[in-house]
Write a protein that binds this ligand. Structure first.
Ligand code: GAL
Length: 381
C-alpha cells in the first residue's frame, strides 16, 4: 500500500521554481543521504514544473525532457536517485499546459502516465492550471488516477487542485494518495499561519492511503526561494519554522521539504529530523488533533491535542501573537475529567526532557510566533 503514512520527501518548486536541472536534483539526492534525511523517513525526490521542452514531440506525442536542463534524459536522473535508495517524483498538470506554461496532460493522460512509468517515476504531482472551461476537475483526476494504475508501475498520485471542487470529499475515491487543500504557501509566518487556520474542518477527511496536503514546507528557506516571486522574499525565524513544522506534524500532513537541502542549517536539520515530531506526523492512525482556540488573547493562539497509537498523546501550544503568552488550557476539554484518577505525563518533543504531569489544566509560557510540543501518556495519579 502506498501512503500508509504521510509521504515525506523534497520538491524543487519552493527554491528553484522553473530553474530546475539534473545537477540540482542529483546533488539534492546525494545530500539527502549524507545528512541522513532518508533514515529519518524522507524518501521522495520530486521535480516540479519546468522540466520539459515547451512542446510535445511531434511524432510520438510524448512530453520531452528539456535537453539543456536534463541532457541525459529522465531515466538517467531517476536511476541515479534510485541508486541512492530514494524514490523519484515528477510533475504534470490536468490542464492543457502546466502553470509554468509547459505541456500539460489534458487528453494525453494515459500516454503520459506510461511515459512517467518508463522514466521509473514513483510519484506524480498533478496540478490544475489551464483547465478548459468545459472540463470537469473531478473527472480529470479520475482519468489520471486510472492512467497511473494502468501504467505498469506503482506511482504515488499527488493531486494539486488547491482545494477546488471540495476536493477533500471525492479525491480519495479517484485513487489519489495526497491532495492539496490550499493555494500556494510562501516563505512567511502569515502564509503558514493562514494555511493552518484554514485546515481544521478538512483534517477529518485525511487518513492512511490519502492525506490532506498543506503544501510543501518552507522550513529552512530563510527567504532564499524562487527568485522574482513571493517565495523569494521574507523568510521566517527559527521559531516560526519550528511552529510550521510542528503544525504539519500535528495535522499528519505530508512532509515535503522545499528548501535548498545543500544549504540546510544544523538547527533546521535537527528540526526536520526530530524523532518525536516525525513520530507524531507518521502515526499510523493519522487522527486529526482536537483544536482549541485560546480566546483570552486577541492573537488567536491555539492548543492542539492529538491521539496517537499505542496509548500516546501529543499536545501543541502555539503563540501566533507578538508577545510572550502563558497559554492556558483545561484538560477536561480534551476528555480528561478531574475525577478520572489519571494524570497526563508529558515530555518536551523538542528536547526529550520530562515536562511534568497534569490533571486539570496546563499553563504554558510560549514565546511569540513559537510553539511548545509535548508527547506523553495517561498514568494513575
Ligand atoms: C502551482 C502549484 C505549485 C507549483 C506550481 C508550478 O499551481 O500549486 O505547488 O507546482 O504550480 O508552476
Amino acid at each position: 500500500m502506498l501512503a500508509k503514512t504521510p509521504p515525506m520527501g523534497w520538491n524543487s518548486w519552493n527554491t528553484f521554481g522553473l530553474n530546475i536541472n539534473e545537477e540540482v536534483v542529483v546533488e539534492t539526492a546525494k545530500e539527502f543521504v549524507r545528512l541522513g534525511l532518508d533514515k529519518a523517513g524522507y524518501k521522495y525526490i520530486v521535480i516540479d514544473d519546468g522540466w520539459s521542452e515547451l512542446d510535445r514531440d511531434p511524432v510520438s506525442g510524448k512530453i520531452v525532457p528539456d535537453h539543456v536542463k536534463f541532457p541525459n534524459g529522465m531515466k538517467s536522473v531517476s536511476d541515479k536517485v534510485h541508486e541512492l535508495g530514494l524514490k523519484f517524483g515528477m510533475y504534470s498538470c490536468a490542464g492543457t499546459r502546466t502553470c509554468g506554461d509547459y505541456p500539460g496532460s489534458f487528453d494525453h493522460e494515459f500516454l503520459d502516465a506510461r511515459t512517467f512509468a518508463e522514466y521509473g517515476c514513483d510519484y506524480l504531482k498533478y496540478d490544475f492550471c489551464y483547465m478548459p472551461r468545459t472540463a470537469n476537475g473531478p473527472l480529470m483526476y479520475r482519468r489520471m488516477g486510472l492512467a497511473l494504475k494502468a501504467s505498469g508501475r506503482e506511482i504515488l498520485f499527488s493531486a494539486c487542485s488547491w482545494g477546488r471542487d471540495e476536493v477533500h470529499k471525492w479525491i480519495r475515491s479517484v485513487g489519489a494518495h495526497m491532495y492539496r487543500t490550499t493555494g500556494d504557501i510562501n516563505d512567511s509566518f502569515e502564509s503558514f499561519r493562514d494555511i493552518a487556520f484554514s485546515q481544521q474542518d478538512l483534517l477529518g477527511y485525511s487518513a492512511p492511503g490519502c492525506f490532506n496536503d498543506t503544501d510543501m514546507l518552507t522550513v529552512g528557506m530563510f527567504g532564499n526561494g524562487l527568485v522574482g516571486t513571493e517565495l523569494g522574499h521574507g523568510g521566517c525565524t527559527d521559531a516560526e519554522y519550528r511552529s510550521q513544522f510542528a503544525l504539519w506534524c500535528l495535522f499528519s500532513a505530508p512532509l515535503i521539504l522545499g528548501c535548498d537541502i545543500r544549504k540546510l542549517s544544523p538547527e533546521m536539520l535537527a528540526l526536520v529530523t526530530n524523532k518525536n515530531l516525525i513520530r507524531i506526523d507518521q502515526d499510523e492512525e493519522a487522527r486529526p488533533p482536537i483544536e482549541q482556540h485560546v480566546s483570552l488573547t486577541s492573537a488567536k493562539n491555539r492548543v492542539y491535542f492529538k491521539h496517537l497509537s499505542g496509548g500516546e498523546y501529543a499536545m501543541g501550544f502555539f503563540n501566533f501573537g507578538e508577545h510572550e503568552h502563558r497559554i492556558r488550557t483545561n484538560l477536561t476539554d480534551f476528555g480528561l475529567s478531574a475525577s478520572s484518577g489519571l494524570k497526563l505525563t508529558l515530555k518536551d518533543a523538542f528536547t526529550d526532557e520530562p515536562f511534568g504531569s497534569f490533571t486539570e489544566y496546563m499553563n504554558v509560557p510560549v514565546a511569540p510566533h513559537d510553539c511548545r510540543v509535548f508527547i506523553g501518556r495517561l498514568e494513575n495519579v
